[in-house]
Write a protein that binds this ligand. Sequence first.
Ligand SMILES: [Zn+2]
Length: 257
Amino acid sequence: MGGPDPKIDLNDEQLLRYSRHILLPEIGIDGQEKLLAAHALVIGAGGLGSPVSLYLAASGVGRITLCDHDQVDLTNLQRQIVHTTESIGKAKVVSAQQALARINPEVEVQALPERVEGARLEELVKSADVVVDATDNFATRHAINRACVKFRKPLVSGAAVRFDGQLAVFDLRREGSPCYNCLFPEQGDLEEMRCAVMGVFAPLVGIIGSMQAAEALKVIMGIGEPLQGRLLLLDALTMQIRTVKLNRDPACKVCSA
Ligand SMILES: [Zn+2]
């Protein structure tokens, strides 16, 4: 399954910091070393990116690259829990970087205050062990998916609007894996549903973002069964969760090209 090459010996402080992970037989020292050796690319430092980056940093993912071109706004604070009132006006990635450093100073956080696209996006995806899509628009989601397909990188995709959440993992290292475009073809007439217009229930982004973090960690360590080729749908009003199987579209313009 590839994954990062663990070459790190845990020191005493790390053994304590990560002891509750190390206690888990599925993780242990091996798994924790894989996390420390890993590079996660997190695109979006908003509602989803907040819990994603907080949990990846707290868990000891060695290198986190965080991209977002936006600044912290008062309307973000209802749900974007990595930011604080004092961060208003700051670049979101800088605000998040400071918060993550307070939680776990040993994690290297690269903050990119830009809208990553084109060659830049490809270069970042290529260098990552796992890519987390925490953005809120289809154009960016499709660009991230194309780069993940091109470099066969696992993609953890999440979305949340109003009371509806979605989560899926596209592990493109696996033969026959569907991609994001198989599920939502770019030419489709899907209506853009953004939180800014539609509203979003605050804890929903926390739930979906935390699930994205869990899946990213599992993918890095190669444990359990990631939500690969499955789509999880959460209705936060009824707390009903459904999981549907996703099939690869043999005519998909991205992964079948
Ligand atoms: Zn596809």
